[in-house]
Ligand binder design. Structure first.
Ligand SMILES: C[S@@+](CC[C@H](N)C(=O)[O-])C[C@H]1O[C@@H](n2cnc3c(N)ncnc32)[C@H](O)[C@@H]1O
Length: 274
């Protein structure tokens, strides 16, 4: 079977999936260890039997809903490549809104101390650290396997101004006052029907009690103790949680509170100044 024929077959298998054409190409490029440009240049190239059976295996897993990022073991975020495993959430494009908002508040060449709480693959921490090399960014997570992935991602992307720490939010924080805290914490309510679509990702990365707000509550409380006066707290949250998160920030005295929408026009990031 040729490259073009294999792609046509895969598109049919994945017809129920949104990005079938792109996924078919990404998985074929991965299966034969080439890139997508190569596939477009050599559509007549005949695949070996081994390559074809590997591709068919990947396509059958993808057709059952397994995310492409887990199948190839990586995902691009903020133009950096992140290794991902079943221990880490797959970085989402909308999380780049949180990175943008954070960077708008970190002056170039500043030596801000920033903490990314619940770093997972390290996406937010490493994106910020790559753009502001003078900052120190602490990447925290309670999951040791996730932290190992984040550390590998720092090495792979040659980013040095990040420190890694295991712990539950800032419960054991001992590195002094912070200029900024960013977090994409678990915010999906336990009874949210969307959870059924997320079976491949770690539930501890996604689900929080109290309508998805318990971790945002806890982090906000801790932030009042560990942020410098004038320091910023920024959260990613669910599309319907903007008002509730602004209220949580307001109650403990944050100022300049605002909610920013994602590229789909949904409330996605709320933030305040201590
Ligand atoms: C929604 S994921 C975000 C991952 C990553 N920051 C991203 O945006 O792709 C939430 C992360 O919080 C971590 N987490 C959950 N509860 C935690 C806690 N109590 N303390 C620290 N990290 C926690 C999970 O292990 C997971 O990596």
């Amino acid at each position: 079977m040729s490259v073009a024929q294999a792609l046509a077959w895969a598109r049919q298998q994945l017809e129920a999936i949104d990005d079938a054409t792109i996924d078919a190409e990404i998985l074929l490029a991965h299966a034969i260890d080439k890139n997508r440009t190569w596939l477009k240049t050599w559509p007549e190239h005949i695949l070996s039997e081994k390559q074809l059976s590997h591709y068919q295996y990947l396509i059958s897993r993808r057709s059952k809903g397994e995310p492409t990022a887990y199948l190839i073991g990586e995902k691009e975020f903020w133009s950096l490549t992140f290794k991902v495993t079943q221990d880490t959430l797959i970085p989402r494009p909308e999380t780049e809104v949180l990175v943008e908002q954070a960077l708008q508040r970190i002056p170039e060449n500043s030596d801000f101390k920033v903490a990314d709480l619940g770093t997972g693959s390290g996406a937010i921490a490493l994106a910020i650290a790559s753009e502001r090399p003078q900052t120190t960014v602490w990447a925290l997570d309670m999951s040791e396997p996730a932290l190992k992935v984040a550390q590998a991602n720092a090495e792979h992307n040659k980013i040095k101004n990040v420190a890694f720490e295991q712990g539950s939010w800032l419960s054991n924080w001992q590195h002094g006052q912070l200029d900024m805290i960013v977090s994409n914490p678990p915010y999906v309510a336990p009874n949210d029907p969307h959870l059924a679509d997320l079976v491949y990702e770690p539930v501890t990365a996604l689900v929080a009690e109290d309508k998805g707000l318990s971790d945002i509550h806890q982090i906000t409380q801790q932030a009042t103790e560990h942020l410098k006066p004038g320091g910023y707290l920024l959260f990613e949250h669910g599309y319907d949680q903007g008002e509730a998160v602004r209220e949580i920030l307001h109650k403990v005295g944050f100022t300049q509170i605002e909610t920013v929408k994602d590229y789909a026009g949904q409330d996605r990031v709320s933030l305040g100044k201590r």
